[in-house]
Design a protein. Structure first.
Length: 148
C-alpha cells in the first residue's frame, strides 16, 4: 500500500541510487573506491607519458596530479563536503595524508627496481597501485573522520 506522500513508485534502480548517494559509511566507501580507481587511471596515463623522464619522476608527477583530482572528487562526491570544506583546505589536509602514500609508493617502486631490475612498466605500476590499495583503507578512515 502506497502512502499519500509517495508520488513516484520506488524501483530497484531508484533504491540502489539512493543507497549509493547516501551518507552511510558503506556508500561513501563505494564512492571512495570508485574515485580511487578513476584517479589510478589518471596516474597510469601520466606515468606512461612521463616514463622517458625516469620512473621516479613519472611516479611523483602521476601521484601529485591524481591526488589533487582525487581530493577534489572526494570533497564533492565521496563525502559531499563542498559546503563544509574548501578546496584549499581539502588539498592541504588530504594532500598531507597522500604524502604517506607517495612515500610508500616510491619505496615500493625502489624495491621493485632493486629486486627486479629492468622490470616492465606493468610490474612497476602494479607495485605502486598495490601499495596504494593497502593504504587506501586507512586513508578512507582518516578522510571520513578528520578531513570531511
Amino acid at each position: 500500500m502506497s502512502s499519500t506522500l509517495d508520488t513516484q513508485p520506488r524501483t530497484c534502480a531508484t533504491e540502489m541510487k539512493a543507497r549509493f548517494m547516501g551518507e552511510s559509511a558503506p556508500a561513501q566507501f563505494v564512492r571512495f573506491v570508485f574515485v580511487g580507481a578513476s584517479s589510478n587511471v589518471v596516474y597510469i596515463g601520466l606515468f606512461l607519458a612521463l616514463t622517458s623522464l625516469g620512473a621516479f619522476v613519472a611516479n611523483i608527477a602521476g601521484i601529485a596530479a591524481s591526488t589533487v583530482l582525487a581530493n577534489e572528487l572526494h570533497r564533492r562526491h565521496t563525502f559531499h563536503a563542498t559546503q563544509r570544506v574548501g578546496w584549499l583546505q581539502t588539498q592541504w589536509e588530504a594532500g598531507g595524508l597522500a604524502l604517506a602514500g607517495l612515500a610508500l609508493g616510491t619505496a615500493a617502486l625502489a624495491v621493485v627496481h632493486i629486486v627486479f631490475p629492468g622490470s616492465s612498466w606493468i610490474v612497476q605500476v602494479v607495485a605502486v597501485i598495490a601499495v596504494s590499495a593497502a593504504t587506501g583503507a586507512l586513508r578512507f578512515i582518516a578522510l571520513r573522520g578528520w578531513v570531511f
